[in-house]
Ligand binder design. Structure first.
Ligand code: ADP
Length: 518
């Protein structure tokens, strides 16, 4: 009996121990589980929740077990969905991928969860209800939403661009991505086709800095091309920039952005043509002006030659002549013929020129020539023109005839201003000296009537003139010519009355230094 009792006690104890161990095991498993578990019976009443479930929703196990739908953690705004999902569950129609839904925590906070449903069956095979495993997907969902938003933003930005953007496989040339502007240009089926097939304006193989087909992963990212290209079919101009980079899936791709610059190109062309036209017009105008002064100027030597010649003829006819006198007359006639020849040569040089040619020229030659041309006008209105040139000036790097034209124009304006109510007792001065930064500075200083503030604003505007026979192109063209020479042209009042027009030109030495530098 004693044995039996002892045995019975031992057996019970072992059984109790085993039970205890199993209990502890289950408890610790329940505690450590992060997935929420919830069991409901066939009517939908909660029969069990694990600690993780209770932690997730915020209600205690006691509060939850025994409760019937609608459950405390169903948010008011999601009632319908929650009911529907429960109906599906009870009908055994829960999707294998689970339900994704939103629940309310006791604190009021909403969290996104995924619920997997499986039938709850006892050891005899009888279904007791349904078990749900619930995991919190708020964070992954937030991350995914953030990614999607950033992807959307990225696409919105790229699609908002006027520039065409595409990404193509560096080896197969297949287009992997194209933005809206690209597809508008090359078709909405562009992705999947090759760049060549959609005929994009792209560099020739040889124009790439490196051949994109030979790039390995270690070479990325890398600049491939940056330049202006003309589309062979449409004739439009693009600024194209291509880079090689690693695509999201790791392969090497070419990423290209092409901006349509046709309008800018056309504008630049138009501006250049306009400028050329202006210069041509200016030359024609000056040529016209010169033709009339030339006729006038040639009259003098020709008249003088004719006088000397007829004087000689008369004396020879009368038979009263002294060799000395005849010789002197013939010498004077030949000097005048030389002068006439020189005038004609100048005109020819001027007319023959077609495009600017820069060379090292002594500034005083330019100034003296220009003054020579203006001399007749100056004499007609009684204005004296003098050159004041600083000794030892280096030569300037310039197109001689163009700069002569500038000086001539400024001197003529000065003469006009002096003759219209200025002080012609004082000469008009053309002064040349070394300015700042190895630039030569030329100033045309007149004692004319000056320029009003109102006129000053429009001085360089094309066709601004106050003269009855003026064109108003002179100053405008002068300024473009000087700027073409990397100089500056400006106007300021002469403190002694009148106006000073000045311009700068690079001196030869600086230019030489520059050339050496390059
Ligand atoms: P144009 O001589 O054919 O009128 P310009 O462009 O050379 O054309 O000059 C524009 C205007 O600027 C002149 O009509 C004149 O009113 C004014 N101007 C130019 N130079 C002077 C000057 N030295 N003194 C006063 N006014 C001047």
């Amino acid at each position: 009996l004693l044995y039996a009792v002892a045995h019975d006690i031992t057996g019970r104890k072992a059984a109790e121990d085993a039970l205890l161990t199993e209990d502890a095991f289950r408890k610790s498993m329940e505690e450590s589980l992060v997935t929420g578990m919830r069991a409901i019976d066939l009517t939908g009443r909660i029969t069990y929740v694990n600690p993780a479930f209770s932690r997730m929703v915020g209600w205690s196990q006691e509060e939850l077990v025994g409760s019937v739908p609608p459950f405390a953690y169903w948010p008011a705004e999601e009632m319908e969905t929650c009911h529907r999902n429960l109906q599906l569950t009870l009908a055994g129609k829960a999707p294998a991928s689970g339900f994704e839904m939103r629940i309310r925590r006791k604190s009021g906070e909403r969290i996104d969860i995924r619920l997997f449903i499986s039938p709850l069956i006892d050891s005899l095979g009888k279904q007791l209800g349904w078990m749900a495993a619930m995991s919190d997907i708020t964070e992954p969902k937030r991350v995914r939403a953030a990614l999607e938003a950033s992807q959307e933003r990225f696409e919105a930005v790229l699609d908002g661009l006027d520039a065409a953007v595409f990404v193509a496989d560096a080896h197969t040339d297949e287009i992997l991505y194209a933005n809206h502007a690209f597809m508008v240009m090359h078709g909405f089926d562009a992705v999947g086709r090759t760049v060549r097939a959609v005929s994009v304006a792209q560099p020739e193989r040889g124009d790439y800095l490196v051949d994109p087909r030979n790039l390995g992963p270690a070479d990325l990212p890398r600049e491939l091309f940056d330049g202006e290209l003309r589309h062979p079919l449409s004739g439009r101009w693009y600024h194209v920039r291509e880079r090689a980079t690693r695509w999201v899936d790791g392969r090497a791709v070419r990423m290209a952005i092409a901006t349509d610059i046709t309008d800018r190109k056309h504008m630049e062309d138009a501006e250049r043509q306009q400028e050329e036209r202006l210069q041509r017009t200016a030359r024609l105008i000056t040529m016209g002006e010169m033709a009339s002064t030339l006729a006038h100027e040639l009259n003098q030597p020709l008249g003088a030659i004719s006088n000397y010649a007829s004087g000689c003829v008369k004396r020879l006819q009368a038979g009263e002549w002294k060799q000395q006198e005849l010789l002197a007359a013939m010498q004077k006639a030949s000097y005048q013929a030389e002068r006439a020849g020189k005038i004609i040569r100048r005109i020819r040089d001027f007319v023959r020129k077609s495009e600017p040619r820069r060379a090292a020229v002594p500034l005083e030659d330019i100034i003296e020539d220009a003054i020579g041309f203006a001399e007749i006008d100056a004499r007609r209105v009684g204005v004296r023109v003098v050159a004041e040139i600083e000794p030892g000036m280096p030569r300037v790097f310039a197109d001689r005839i163009m700069i002569e034209q500038v000086v001539l124009n400024l001197v003529r304006n000065g003469i006009d201003a002096t003759s219209e109510g200025g002080d012609n007792a004082v000469p008009l001065v053309v002064r040349a000296r070394a300015g700042h930064g190895r630039m030569a500075e030329v100033a045309v200083i007149d004692r004319g009537g000056g320029i009003s503030d109102l006129d000053r604003e429009r001085l360089f505007t094309p066709f601004f003139t106050t003269k009855a026979d003026g064109m108003g192109m002179g100053l405008n063209i002068c300024r473009s010519i000087i700027e073409f020479h990397e100089g500056r042209l400006w106007e300021e009042p002469n403190p002694e009355g009148g106006t000073i027009f000045s311009f700068t030109l690079p001196m030869e030495t600086q230019r030489e230094q520059l050339v050496q530098h390059v």
